[in-house]
Design a protein around this ligand. Structure first.
Ligand SMILES: Nc1nc2c(ncn2[C@@H]2O[C@H](COP(=O)(O)OP(=O)(O)OP(=O)(O)O)[C@@H](O)[C@H]2O)c(=O)[nH]1
Ligand SMILES: [Mg+2]
Ligand SMILES: [Zn+2]
Length: 300
């Protein structure tokens, strides 16, 4: 029997089968290294569910943290990169999440939440993302704007496993609560009981959207990250993950140009002419620097 992982906690894995039934089981330490979105086979032993094998996965969202590779979700058909109007609108993190999606061929849509706080200062940045082909949706989980547009993206038949990612506090869990009313995912509200403390998401968790008969989907609520490390990807991958850099790079003198200090670099020329937005190029440089710092000295 097979199923898709919704959540992993300590020794337990929660799995959904194609008929929509949800089971919780255990397994060996190896099979418990799974994440939400992984497909597993399991057996029933003495009335208990035991995970036996993990299918190879594609379209995985990875980030690196302190030199370790962390798989955040597997088999993701669509990544919703959530950001928010105000202090949490952070293009550096958005660019990194888009790169992580691009290198794994995961289509991504940008959601700018909290538009009830105003959008004037965002227009220019949003236009940059639209120009490089990233669809953008404006929303307010608080007031309900844009939720219908998110729903229509979620309902696209090509997407079975979706994931919501973004820094802490942008409203991922709040959006999920709008998509699946009654899920009561933890949002950063002040706790009723104690009147203090924030309930933020601490581990990835998949929620079921729709009915099994009409193509049930899994939406993974990811915990917020402040830093999205990419030291695991290659320098070539970063260059091609930035669409505008990839396009301009064909004009560089050297085929392996890293667009740093090389002569006749068409990318730097495009930055100077204002055709490539300086803060996107800065994001690129920052990721290149991070990757180089992680390489053994002789390769830097
Ligand atoms: N003004 C406004 N506040 C919002 C909106 N959406 C969410 N919030 C608030 O923002 C705070 C954080 O929301 P969460 O949904 O917990 O954010 P999250 O992205 O899940 O955060 P983590 O779980 O820490 O990653 C809460 O106090 C929400 O009520 C919105 O559209 N407008
Ligand atoms: Mg959350
Ligand atoms: Zn170049």
């Amino acid at each position: 029997m097979t199923g898709t992982v919704l959540e992993v906690s300590r020794r337990f894995v929660t799995i959904v089968r194609s008929d929509g039934s949800v089971l919780t089981g255990t397994g060996s330490s190896k099979t418990l290294e799974v994440v939400a979105g992984d497909v597993v086979s399991f057996e029933r032993r003495d009335g208990e569910v035991f995970v036996t094998t993990v299918e190879p996965s594609t379209r995985n969202l990875f980030r690196s943290t302190n030199g370790k590779l962390k798989k955040m979700g597997a088999n993701i058909d669509l990544l919703l990169v959530i950001t928010a109007s105000g202090a949490t609108f952070n293009p550096v993190v958005i660019d990194r999440m888009l790169v992580a999606a691009q290198v794994q061929s995961i289509p991504a849509t940008l959601v700018v939440n909290k538009i009830d706080l105003g959008t004037e200062h965002l227009d220019e940045m949003v236009a940059v993302y639209q120009r490089i082909g990233v669809p953008v949706i404006f929303s307010s989980a608080k007031q309900g704007d844009g939720i219908d547009r998110i729903i229509s993206v979620v309902q696209e038949p090509t997407a079975r496993v979706l994931a919501l990612c973004g820094v802490s506090g942008v409203g991922k869990s709040s959006i999920l609560n709008k998509l699946i009313p009654g899920t009561r995912t933890k949002t950063g509200e002040v706790s009723d009981k104690t009147g203090q403390g924030k309930q933020t998401t601490t581990q990835p968790r998949g929620f079921l959207y729709g009915e099994p008969s009409s193509g049930q989907k899994i939406i993974i609520d990811l915990p917020g990250v402040q830093f999205f490390g990419l030291s695991h990807i290659s320098l070539e991958q970063v260059g091609s993950a930035f669409q505008e850099i990839r396009e301009a790079a064909s004009g560089c003198r050297f085929g392996d140009c890293k667009h740093l200090k090389e002569p006749e670099c068409a990318v730097k020329e495009a930055v100077d002419r204002g055709e490539i937005t300086p803060w996107r190029y800065e994001s690129y440089l920052q990721i290149v620097e991070e990757i180089r710092d992680a390489l053994p000295t002789w390769r830097q």
